[in-house]
Design a binder for this molecule. Structure first.
Ligand SMILES: [Fe+2]
Length: 291
């Protein structure tokens, strides 16, 4: 169910200094399939599409761009015209990655590059033996949370699902998933990317696979209040956090009013414990420097 001009979270592209290690974690721990590796650019997916995650080998860690799927060719055109009218800098009027039909990319708020597209190809790599169903959401920590929220609502058609405090955090959806983009006021970094699975047992197995490589979860499993998902997290080499989650709230009522949480009510963040999350929030990666 599409709500607006953007209908799906498409993929996340990141730069990493630890290319091989990033690929190992994505395939052996998270359970993604490597659909193409050119040696300095790797494409990975959980679902049957060419990519949901891209790693670019680089000499700096950071967020390369955020890929979002337009609901239709008409929606793509509507977004492009709005972005031009809003005087955002267009980087390319062609698809910004391979295996994509139509698209364009521009620099949005706080130097995040957005690639809006339609028509991604699939892949022929078959089912993975383990791993998530699909890419689900990102969580970003912009310096101006309200401005980022307004941008996603006005230019890309997202709807607000939950609000925490006064301009502190917003959870935004582009389809039935409670959030495709979560925004928490912060340092300007992208904190985590999240992947959907079916069972809380899968979150435990994620912890087991990390342990086998000498690593640990940094938080979870935990039950969030906002979004209702049960989630577990680990840090990857470029500084971003990876979330595996299940049981996310599905919103089928387009008119559901946003749930408002007091900033003092920490149960939006954590229903099962008292961990306050400040260490957790210290992770993340920033948009790469633009030429
Ligand atoms: Fe999340």
């Amino acid at each position: 169910m599409a709500l607006g001009a953007v209908s799906e979270m498409g993929y996340l592209a990141m730069r990493t200094r630890a290319y091989e290690e990033s690929l190992q974690l994505a395939t052996e721990v998270l359970g993604l399939r490597l659909t193409r590796d050119s040696g300095d650019r790797a494409y990975l997916a959980a679902a049957d599409r060419h990519h949901e995650l891209v790693y670019v080998k680089g000499d700096a860690d950071g967020i390369d761009h955020i890929g979002l799927v337009a609901e239709s060719a008409e929606s793509l055109e509507v977004i492009r015209k709005k972005v031009e009218a809003g005087r955002f800098r267009i980087i390319t009027r062609s698809p910004f990655e391979e295996a994509i039909g139509e698209g364009f990319a521009f620099v949005g708020p706080e130097n995040y590059v957005f690639h809006i597209y339609t028509g991604m190809a699939g892949h022929r790599h078959g089912p993975a033996s383990f791993g998530p169903d699909r890419y689900g959401h990102i969580n970003i920590h912009p310096q101006d949370a309200r401005a980022m929220k307004d941008f996603l609502v006005e230019f890309l058609g997202f709807k607000v699902s939950d609000v925490i405090g006064q301009n502190f955090a917003y959870f935004l959806r582009c389809n039935a998933d409670h959030h495709g983009v979560a925004i928490i006021k912060g340092r300007g970094s992208l904190h985590h990317h999240a992947w959907q699975t079916q069972s809380i047992a899968d979150l435990g197995r994620l912890g087991d696979r990390l342990f086998a490589l000498g690593r640990r979860l940094i938080w979870g499993p935990v039950r969030h209040g906002a979004g209702h998902n049960i989630a577990a997290y680990y840090v990857e080499p470029n500084g971003t956090v990876v979330e595996l989650y299940t049981d996310l709230e599905q919103i089928h009522d387009e008119l559901r009013p946003p749930i408002e949480w007091s900033a003092d009510d920490r149960t939006w963040f954590n229903r099962w414990g008292v961990y306050n999350g400040e260490d957790f929030r210290s992770h993340g990666a920033f948009p790469v420097e633009l030429a």
